[in-house]
Design a protein around this ligand. Structure first.
Ligand code: FES
Length: 116
């Protein structure tokens, strides 16, 4: 598949060079160093890897990066004050523009539990 060279992540156009068949999760974590998005089951079952794509929750482990190349992606870092996850950040500190909070999305666990 063709390379993807740009993504709109957390309100910023980011330059990348990724095979379009790669998972969005691997590009976010490995290429863009946005490690707040977690790997859990890798099969679309646990929701640890959920991000917002055009305001809708999407499991990034089963999403090919080519399918979201022209869409707005928001990770947990994009919801955090100043775009940074810090120790002591609680779900109450972060609110989603669409749901009011990430836990509301029904995540059993998320970057809030382990921000590294
Ligand atoms: S890692 Fe479990 S749904 Fe993506």
């Amino acid at each position: 598949m063709a390379s993807i060279t740009e993504l709109d992540v957390n309100g910023t156009r980011r330059r990348i060079d990724a095979d379009g068949d790669r998972s969005l999760l691997s590009v976010l974590r490995d290429d863009l160093d946005l490690t707040g998005t977690k790997f859990g089951c890798g099969e679309g079952q646990c929701a640890a890897c959920t991000v917002l794509v055009d305001g809708q929750p999407m499991k990034s482990c089963i999403t090919k990066v080519a399918s979201v190349a022209a869409r707005r992606i928001v990770t947990i870092e994009g919801l955090a004050p100043a775009g940074k996850l810090t120790d002591g950040l609680t779900p109450a500190d972060v609110s989603s523009p669409t749901t009011g909070s990430f836990p509301y999305l029904g995540l059993p666990y998320s970057g809030f539990d382990n921000p590294s």
